[in-house]
Design a protein around this ligand. Structure first.
Ligand code: GAR
Length: 210
């Protein structure tokens, strides 16, 4: 089966959704390593509960982004992955790192990209009085949260919503989106061609919606 390396920084609920989808047989693939940049990430315990191997590459031990990314890439490449999955991995990646994994690295972002790249998306969406919000799975390119979007899911925003409540509803969507996108990739249905995502031979000029 295709070899998957997952990068995490925190809770790891998206990682776990993918791990469970593999266990159910909904996604072909094998998670060969779960790598965290934070030693205390709860994702590491989740991986342990699924019997999956974990590693820590602590970014605070490196002198800068280049040194960290070089070390991280060496650890990833030791596993020979077909796909690198960013699942709540909260580090900005250097261009050379991104280029090295171009076409084989996916990310999930909590907004309907291209709207709201960056951090604190839920609070910003609410402050702007938006009616809709959601999450996007995209190929990672040099542009932060700017790579071709593969799959999105939306939620309606209520008048009594808070960033925390919204985040929870978006995460429910995320846990359906990410396994689907990974399944497409590992089954050979999804790839990157130039700056376009291709699904079943058809360019996704507008992302698929859940
Ligand atoms: C997810 O909501 C994901 O979309 C977001 O972090 C959360 C991680 O949750 N990612 C980003 O904001 C990336 N910039 P998890 O650790 O439980 O999967």
């Amino acid at each position: 089966p295709p070899r998957i390396v997952v990068l995490v920084s925190g809770e790891g609920s998206n990682f776990e959704a993918i791990a469970e989808a593999i266990e159910r047989g909904d996604v072909v693939g094998r998670i060969v390593a779960v790598i965290s940049n934070r030693p205390q990430a709860r994702a590491l315990a989740r991986a342990g509960r699924h019997g999956l191997p974990t590693e820590v590459v602590d970014h605070t031990a490196y002198s800068g982004r280049e040194a960290f990314d070089t070390a991280l890439a060496m650890r990833i490449d030791a596993h020979g992955p077909d796909l690198v999955v960013l699942a709540g991995f909260m580090r900005i990646l250097t261009p050379s790192f991104v280029d090295h994994y171009l076409g084989r690295m996916l990310n999930i972002h909590p907004s309907l990209l291209p709207a709201y790249p960056g951090l604190d998306t839920h609070a910003r969406v609410l402050a702007d009085g938006m009616a809709r919000h959601g999450a996007s799975v995209h190929f990672v390119t040099r542009e932060l949260d700017g790579g071709p979007v593969v799959l999105q899911g939306a939620v309606r925003i209520g008048i009594d919503d808070t960033p925390a409540r919204l985040a929870k509803r978006v995460q429910v969507i995320e846990h359906r989106l990410y396994p689907q996108a990974v399944a497409w990739f590992t089954s050979g249905r999804l790839h990157l061609s130039g700056h376009r995502a291709i699904l079943d031979g058809i360019p996704l000029d507008t992302p698929r919606q859940l």
